[in-house]
Design a protein around this ligand. Structure first.
Ligand code: GDP
Length: 479
């Protein structure tokens, strides 16, 4: 099978149905136009309206981006602390938080927020994130300039007085339209949306708050989650979101493929590994194993889940315990299993299993893992390069197995457009695994469903846009 052994047909639509702009130089970011050839063709086309909106966004970003006159003007206003409604350019500054998967899902959410509000998305790139991602918007930059004048914004957190929640609590601002109509608004607002956000912060997801925030030229946002599902509950975004995404369960798939392009450095890791270990196989299976230290699943339990679920669901063959000596045929089908984990134990055991035994089907199974970093070291650039490389390699799978509630897995499934088999948490589920219904991530810590009861409410019809996640009862995902 030479054709599957090399990269899938090169003639594939490298612009992903118009999702990507054709304006970039290939060599500035090899992954941008070449990733498609490594993945199964996506059955999901972006809507013509999404394509149009992305081009419009790119034009806005070029007009208002760093180093433009309009950007300088906005920065001057910010410095003078004037509330400056009706500015031509408005911004949202993304502040990274937690692990790489968390960062990507919150970044994608922030981008959708920017599109919905005609804001320009700028990202704070600390040293550990340098040379990870390519620029996504042609002819400009999304990197927040280092002389951004808000003092210490990288460390903004729950106690920051300029947070939306704290300003509401302290009555510096109000989301009651009548009382805020004539009030002066601050030049910027910090949106505190990590999992430990409070009742006040959560009011962000109400229609009244959205209308008020529209008058603030600079928003600084910190989140570690995929908060898109809650934007689908805000009534005034309903029409636009329906036009952008007639197929609601493809939001993340399209946006993450649009926004996230591994740098040439990362792409080097990805392609070296792919061609050394995975390209020649007849089938590629990705297994993402995340066993958290603070709530661990016993090693043998998790290993059992992986082995039993993958064989029961027909993803990997069972081993033949009766004819252990059966030799492999010359033309045997080869499956390459690509595992990712901070530990090497799971991969070693699965590899040994297929080394010591023939399979019942005669297939041959090779098991590979690129790194075992032992622990999360988000502050190290080289560690993050490996994490992004492995997320990308997972996205090239024909079939993907992920661990419940892991944003690392969410990014891989979104890039690949894959519905993974989820390894459930034993204390949350009777079944050891279940299939995800779409490549959409779960919003694991959403605000309560009645959060907006005093502020515009939540439309009953729109509540049907989301449902409970497969991997987390308290979470919601687009449906
Ligand atoms: P989550 O915590 O599972 O939601 O995923 P995150 O990506 O946000 O945080 C986990 C971080 O731990 C990753 O970003 C990596 O830095 C590291 N990590 C976890 N699992 C792996 C893995 O399989 N491979 C590598 N290279 N790093 C991992």
């Amino acid at each position: 099978s030479v054709s599957s052994s090399v990269v899938r047909e090169a003639s594939k639509d490298k612009l992903l149905g118009g999702l990507l702009s054709a304006e970039f130089e290939d060599c500035s970011c090899f992954s941008r136009y070449r990733s498609a050839a490594y993945r199964k063709a996506s059955p999901h086309l972006p809507s013509p309206y999404l394509v149009e909106r992305l081009r419009r966004y790119e034009a806005l970003h070029r007009k208002c981006g760093p180093n433009t006159e309009l950007y300088k003007k906005s920065i001057e206003r910010l410095k003078s602390k004037q509330s400056s409604a009706n500015m031509e350019c408005n911004y949202i500054v993304w502040i990274p938080h937690y692990g790489l998967g968390n960062r990507v899902v919150s970044l994608v959410s922030s981008f959708l927020y920017a599109i919905l509000n005609d804001r320009v998305l700028l990202v704070h790139v600390p040293h550990e994130l340098t040379d990870l991602f390519c620029e996504p918007f042609p002819g400009t930059s999304w990197v927040l300039p280092s002389d951004f004048p808000v003092h210490n914004f990288q460390n903004f957190d729950k106690d920051t007085p300029q947070s939306f929640g704290n300003m509401l609590r302290d009555k510096v601002i109000s989301i009651d339209m009548r009382s805020s109509a004539n009030a002066t608004l601050p030049a910027y607002v910090y949106l505190h949306l990590p999992w430990y956000y409070n009742e006040w912060d959560k009011l962000f997801f109400c229609q009244d708050a959205q209308q008020m925030l529209r008058k603030v030229p600079w928003l600084l946002l910190k989140s570690d989650h995929y908060f898109v599902p809650s934007l689908f509950l805000v009534e005034e975004y309903d029409d636009e979101l329906r036009r952008l995404f007639p197929e609601r369960t493809t939001v993340f798939h399209h946006l993450v493929r649009y926004l996230l392009h591994p740098s040439n450095t990362v792409w080097g890791y990805v392609t070296r590994y792919y061609h050394a270990y995975l390209a020649k196989a007849d089938k590629r299976v990705g297994i993402q194993i995340r066993n958290l230290k603070n709530e661990p699943v016993p090693f043998e339990t998790l290993l059992g889940q992986i082995v039993n679920c993958s064989s029961k669901e027909g993803i990997l063959p069972s081993i033949d315990l009766r004819h252990t000596a059966r030799p492999a045929e010359d033309d045997a089908k080869v499956t390459a299993v690509f595992t990712t984990s901070l530990d090497s134990g799971y991969s070693d055991r699965i590899r040994d299993m297929y080394y010591e035994h023939a399979t019942t089907t005669g297939e041959i199974v090779g098991v590979y893992q690129a790194s075992h970093e032992v622990e999360q070291r988000t502050e190290q650039q080289n560690h993050n390069i490996k994490a992004l490389s492995e997320i990308t390699l997972l996205s090239f799978s024909d079939v993907l197995i992920t661990t419940a509630c892991s944003t690392f897995g969410y990014v891989a499934q979104g890039l690949g457009g894959l519905e993974p088999l989820i390894l459930t948490k034993p204390w949350k589920s009777k079944l050891p695994c279940r299939w995800a219904e779409s490549p959409e991530p779960c919003f694991l810590i959403p605000p309560p469903s009645d959060v907006c009861r005093d502020h515009g409410g939540i439309n009953k019809k729109m509540a049907q846009n989301v449902r409970q996640c497969e991997d987390e009862n308290g979470g919601v995902k687009l449906f």
